[in-house]
Ligand binder design. Structure first.
Ligand code: F6P
Length: 330
């Protein structure tokens, strides 16, 4: 078969592992691959190259994506959808494997509804694509953020400081919750819940009264009702930092982790997840199971209808929120 492959939206660790797995799995079927560059834009503009197993040698452990990526949605551009159809036709593609977050996969769903044969794979450090239990890139982002929290704990203790660390996550707090729990943070500010600065300050002061001289507060960028997303007046982290410094009187420092969370080599878990996704997607293509998303559970890889990605962000489950609530203040 002839299979097109693309990565769209924000990059994350593990994309190359998924590309490598798909190409290797396809080679065992005798498939040929076309790699589209810069996400859907590469399909619309036919910016592509052939992709062979030798092109994917040595990339398993590399961050980023050899195909490059972009946040581009064909249906938002005049003639974009028709251009996708033409490219599929021109390359005589039997299928497209689309690796993306909610935006890229939502575009994939629109095109699948128009008959483009698509299998989707979920990636995003936000971990919020509906329809699957695990998104490529999340584990690496959590590991990176937890390492940062470990480092902030020791410098914070040395200076008796309140350390505020801002992680990504606009609408859901997967990254903040998991970083907070695994990093042993003292408090969290999440998109899921309003933050009461007076209560938060009291919690931090209680912690200090109980003998601690420093605290770590993890803030999701979309906390405080998302009011500071893209704002020129600072970020959620800077707001929390300022408000807590004022109320507690503690010396406070802010660290915004930003794109550090997206770069670098994937963890072993992300390599494994991405490889499972790549192999499953190629199997799905050969089973003619189009308009589907590879859905990964702990012991399973299934296919679910691709339209699930348009049902909204996958929320952090109450059980995990309860663990976070038990272990931290918010
Ligand atoms: O969706 C992934 C994500 O990393 C978000 O967590 C973050 O808000 C956003 O992308 C950042 O996007 P950009 O790279 O365009 O600044």
């Amino acid at each position: 078969m002839r299979i097109g492959l693309l990565t769209g939206g924000g990059d994350c660790a593990g994309l190359n592992a998924a590309i490598r797995a798909a190409v290797r799995a396809g080679s065992s079927y005798g498939d040929e691959f076309v790699g589209f560059h810069h996400g859907w834009r590469g399909v619309v503009e036919d910016e592509s190259s052939s992709l062979t197993t030798s092109d994917t040698k040595g990339i398993l452990q590399n961050g980023g994506t050899i195909l490059r990526t972009a946040g581009f949605h064909p249906h938002e551009h005049e003639g974009g959808v028709a251009a996708v159809m033409q490219t599929v036709e021109r390359h005589q593609l039997d299928a497209l494997i689309v690796i993306g977050g909610d935006g890229t996969l939502d575009s994939a769903n629109h095109l699948a509804e128009l008959g483009v044969p698509i299998v989707g794979i979920a990636k995003t450090i936000d971990n919020d694509v509906a329809g699957t239990g695990h998104c490529i890139g999340f584990d690496t982002a959590v590991a990176t953020a937890v390492e940062a929290v470990d480092r902030l704990q020791t410098t914070g203790e040395s200076h008796d400081r309140l350390m505020v660390v801002e992680v990504m996550g606009r609408t859901v707090g997967w990254l903040a919750v998991c970083t907070g729990i695994a990093g042993g943070a003292d408090a969290l500010c999440l998109p899921e819940l309003p933050t009461d600065f007076d209560e938060l300050a009291k919690a931090v002061m209680r912690h200090h009264d109980a003998g601690s001289t420093s605290s770590v507060v993890v803030v999701a960028e979309g906390a405080l009702g998302g009011a500071f997303l893209g704002s020129p007046d600072g970020s959620a982290g800077s707001m929390v930092s300022k408000e807590l410094a004022q109320r507690t009187g503690y010396e406070t420092r802010l660290t915004v982790l930003g794109h550090v969370q997206r770069g670098g080599p994937p963890t072993a878990s992300d390599r494994l997840l991405a490889t499972r996704c790549g192999v499953s997607a190629v199997d799905a293509v050969h089973a003619h199971r189009f308009a589907t998303l590879v859905s990964i559970g702990d012991n399973s890889a299934e296919l679910v209808s691709l339209n699930v990605v348009s049902s909204g962000a996958r929320p952090v489950p109450e059980t995990l929120l309860r663990v976070a609530r038990t272990m931290t203040a918010w």
